[in-house]
Design a protein around this ligand. Structure first.
Ligand SMILES: [Zn+2]
Ligand SMILES: [Zn+2]
Length: 292
């Protein structure tokens, strides 16, 4: 198994409230060296809007420009030392099936890399109105609150009406347009097997034969290969291995992360990067680094 220069392009910075205070450039650099990483990206969360049109939704918030500017300033002022390259970047979301992403061009110009995540179900032509409860974050409400339960019923009926393939096509088309229109997207984050939003939002994709799932995902794999976009994996079980193997065959390259928010703790531990590397190796997938 070839292991290219070890990279992690998804490390959170203390300015974001979700990351611990210890996540400074200095500490991140020290921990990265200890793990033998040679290239990293320290990210700022960046979202122009939230699904509910407000500034806060579930676990996410719209960006505060002042914080973004402070992040950029601290990045510029940090002196990088030999042996480890640190890139600037943002983690943002795929907003809709047309490929809109949650950061405008002007802000994109200020950073090196975009890690494109799916934190919630992207808007789609026929999903109207959107389902505004987050299945994991709002779990209790969805079990107990009458309005939430009613909305969940409507959502599940909508899924049945539209069919699973509608959701897969929406996500695949959204990703492809996003990649084509935003060259700074260098990796797709929270990818697992590419079906993560479906799994989270109760879309019963397992009704679709694996062969068909793969066939539907292939255009995305092709776009990722053509545009040198990496497929991110953590050490968590990614789901359908067949999809990952096909992506690998088509030339997609994989990159490990722990989505670090802290050094030690219950989740988002930087040290789990190593386990993610091992996981990619155990699946016999080919690793890659950003082709700058
Ligand atoms: Zn995220
Ligand atoms: Zn993250």
């Amino acid at each position: 198994m070839i292991t290219p220069g070890k990279a992690d392009y998804h490390i959170h910075y203390y300015i974001d409230g979700c990351a611990k205070k210890e996540m400074t450039f200095e500490n991140i650099e020290r921990a990265s060296r200890e793990m033998g990483l040679t290239e990293i990206a320290v990210l700022k969360h960046y979202s122009e809007c939230m699904p509910n049109g407000k500034s806060d939704w579930a676990a996410w918030h719209t960006v505060k420009e002042e914080e973004f500017e402070r992040y950029l300033k601290e990045f510029r002022e940090y002196t990088q030392k030999e042996g480890l390259i640190i890139h600037s970047g943002v983690e943002t979301e795929l907003v809709d099936d047309k490929g809109r992403i949650n950061i405008g061009k002007e802000a994109q110009d200020k950073i090196e890399l975009i890690a494109l995540s799916v934190h919630y179900m992207p808007e789609m032509e026929k999903i109207k109105p959107p389902f505004l409860y987050h299945p994991a974050m709002d779990k209790k409400k969805l079990e107990e609150d009458e309005n939430a339960k009613k909305e969940l019923k409507r959502w599940k009926e909508l899924i049945e009406d539209l069919g699973c393939e509608y959701f897969i096509a929406g996500i695949v088309n959204g990703y492809i347009s996003a990649i084509r229109n935003n060259p700074k997207i260098r990796q797709l984050s929270h990818m697992y097997d590419g079906l993560y939003p479906l799994r989270t939002y109760y879309v019963p994709y397992e009704r679709i034969p694996e062969k068909r799932l793969i066939e539907m995902m292939e255009p995305l794999m092709k776009a990722m290969t053509e545009h040198d976009v990496l497929w991110e994996l953590t050490c968590d079980n990614a789901g359908c291995e067949g999809i990952l193997k096909r992506a690998d065959e088509m030339g997609v390259r994989f990159v490990a992360t722990s989505d670090a928010h802290m050094f030690e703790g219950a989740w988002g531990r930087f040290s789990d990067h190593i386990a993610a590397e091992r996981y990619i190796e155990s699946l016999e997938l080919t690793k890659g680094v950003v082709n700058w």
